[in-house]
Design a protein around this ligand. Structure first.
Ligand SMILES: Nc1nc2c(ncn2[C@@H]2O[C@H](COP(=O)(O)OP(=O)(O)OP(=O)(O)O)[C@@H](O)[C@H]2O)c(=O)[nH]1
Ligand SMILES: [Mg+2]
Length: 219
């Protein structure tokens, strides 16, 4: 089975190299960086390490993933941030679980093993509100509805329908996965972001909450 890793980036020069190095431990992996107008050395570093760079001019976290997924050749897809916060060393066993257990979608859960050092109280409260909203509106129980690291089959992604172009992509893809197949969450140790986030905590948090209500009404 061929594996493709997709990483959306905007100005992640300090961390993209180590993320790619971690991914390269997976045999024969295709690494796709979907970059939106980085002004630092993100593209140069990624290219030198053998990644495929796709330039996506339009802003949007979901937009970047859609572009990456359209260009992926793998049977199995790994998605994660370029900021070095998600662990790459657990990917091999996760791929085994995906294959052996007939699971369709693995979402890495940052909440179960969180500490006050790697996850702020504000993000914890925000994530909990969004998890509760998902439970009430969609009857879906997730520990970490906002996680940005997932592993799934490319065929499974093709069955998914309404996915947002923005930050809400992370909750949309899990809602679609639960509707379409079997999703499991695996706790991971999340790292501290050492650089400037693209996520705007209040703005994106409320937008993701509002998005859940709109999605509920539309479905
Ligand atoms: N190509 C592209 N990448 C993006 C865009 N927005 C965010 N990213 C990347 O998507 C990943 C997730 O963004 P983050 O800022 O880390 O968001 P987050 O993980 O929810 O927030 P933190 O917990 O603070 O890291 C990072 O690798 C970003 O560089 C975008 O509009 N286009
Ligand atoms: Mg991040």
């Amino acid at each position: 089975m061929r594996i493709t890793a997709i990483i959306p980036t905007i100005n992640e020069e300090r961390t993209i190299g180590e993320v790619i190095d971690g991914l390269k431990k997976i045999d024969d992996v295709e690494i796709i960086i979907v970059d939106t107008a980085s002004t630092d050395k993100t593209r140069e570093i990624a290219e030198n390490k053998g990644a495929t760079i796709i330039k996506e001019n339009s802003r949007g976290y979901g937009r970047a993933y859609k572009t990456g997924l359209e260009n992926a050749h793998g049977d199995i897809i790994i998605c994660l941030d370029g900021d070095g916060t998600y662990p790459t060393d657990i990917i091999k066993p996760l791929i085994d679980i995906l294959i052996m257990d007939k699971v369709d979608f693995i979402s890495c859960d940052r909440m179960t093993l969180r500490t006050e050092h790697n996850y702020t109280s504000l993000h914890y409260v925000g994530n909990s509100v969004l998890n509760l909203t998902l439970r009430v509106l969609f009857k879906m129980n997730l520990n970490d509805s906002q996680s940005g690291m997932w592993i799934f089959r490319s065929d499974f992604y093709k069955k998914m329908k309404s996915l947002s172009n923005g930050m809400s992509f992370s909750e949309d893809i899990k809602i679609e996965a639960i509707k379409t197949g079997k999703l499991i969450e695996i706790p991971v140790i999340y790292g501290m972001r050492i650089t400037k986030p693209k996520l705007k905590t209040w703005h994106d948090g409320f937008q993701n909450l509002f998005h859940l209500f709109v999605k509920r009404v539309q479905n």
